[in-house]
Design a protein around this ligand. Structure first.
Ligand code: HEC
Ligand code: HEC
Length: 245
């Protein structure tokens, strides 16, 4: 029951590893070869994506540990503004770094625009959800955690194990407070809305016998959020680490 490996969600460990790699990459003393343009002159989508995003979101925007940016369902629900916003500002206190220089990151506004535009144009399918009326990208209602608990039990536990993946579950536990401390409410909502198609999690339409409603999605996120031990402080891990030093 302590934070030992079997109960620590795989995603948490790998994401932390990714982040260290990325940070190391950013700090490597810059000795660009003669043909390398200055970092803030790189304007090709593929190159910017590979250098800054692929470590966590996967080559080609999928099979990474963080949300698949090439999932057309995600793009259709989120839209370019949300992609641009998250890329520029990151997730406060979470594992998604802020990339805009104005938020302490390394990329210019023009580079962020190339990334958001490229994600939507290369990987989006404009008419994909036309007429499908998906729940909104961001929550607009107040969630009911008790109703969310019931919906989670009914629809999510058929795949998500309570403790560790076993023969009857294809996905790991997501109700662990250590995992929940690493992902924002929007990140949870995004996962439910867009699924993880390449790993077998359907989008909001395929999770339950009928498409999940906006209210159900909001309630489930409210319930998961209520399981976080310290909602206001993302820094519980670092205070633990200190005691080992
Ligand atoms: C048909 C199986 C299936 C169902 C039903 C399902 N999931 Fe998943 N889910 C998966 C798989 C597979 C993964 C990826 C593997 C993993 O993380 O262990 C995943 C991953 C996730 C993640 C992590 C995503 C990320 O990007 O960090 C969250 C959060 C999640 N699911 C929430 C839910 C919730 C909430 C429900 C119910 C509303 C649900 N899932 C229903 C199979 C499912
Ligand atoms: C160190 C790992 C890491 C790197 C590098 C990274 N991301 Fe992320 N990203 C994440 C995680 C983790 C989340 C989920 C954050 C949350 O909601 O808690 C995320 C979330 C996002 C989201 C929001 C998803 C949503 O819910 O709408 C977008 C958009 C995004 N990333 C784009 C990018 C782009 C573009 C790059 C490269 C410029 C990038 N990310 C680099 C880890 C990373």
């Amino acid at each position: 029951m302590s934070g030992t490996t079997p109960t620590t969600p795989r995603i948490a460990l790998v994401l932390a590893g990714c982040m260290m790699l990325v940070l190391a990459g950013c700090r490597a003393p810059g000795k660009p070869g003669p043909a390398e343009p200055r970092p803030d002159r790189v304007m090709e989508f593929a190159k910017l994506y590979k250098q800054n995003c692929a470590a966590c979101h996967g080559e080609e925007g999928k099979r990474g540990l963080a949300v698949s940016l090439s999932n057309p369902v995600y793009i259709a629900i989120a839209g370019k503004e949300a992609v641009l916003n998250a890329t520029a500002k990151g997730g406060p206190g979470k594992l998604m770094p802020a990339f805009a220089k104005s938020y302490g990151g390394t990329l210019t506004d023009a580079q962020i625009e190339v990334l958001a535009d490229g994600i939507v144009r290369h990987w989006g399918q404009p008419q994909l959800l036309a007429g499908k009326n998906p729940p909104s990208y961001a929550a607009t209602l107040a969630g009911d955690a008790a109703a969310g608990n019931a919906a989670y039990t009914a629809y999510c536990t058929r795949c998500h194990a309570e403790e560790a993946i076993d023969k009857t579950h294809i996905a790991g536990p997501i109700t662990d407070a250590n995992y929940l401390a690493l992902i924002s409410d929007q990140g949870l909502r995004t996962a439910i809305l867009s699924g993880r198609p390449e790993e077998g999690m359907p989008d909001w339409r395929g999770i339950a016998p009928r498409p999940l409603t906006d209210r159900q999605v909001t309630d489930i996120v409210a319930w998961l959020a209520s399981l976080r031990k310290t909602p206001a402080s993302p820094n519980t891990a670092s205070s633990k680490e200190k005691s080992h030093e």
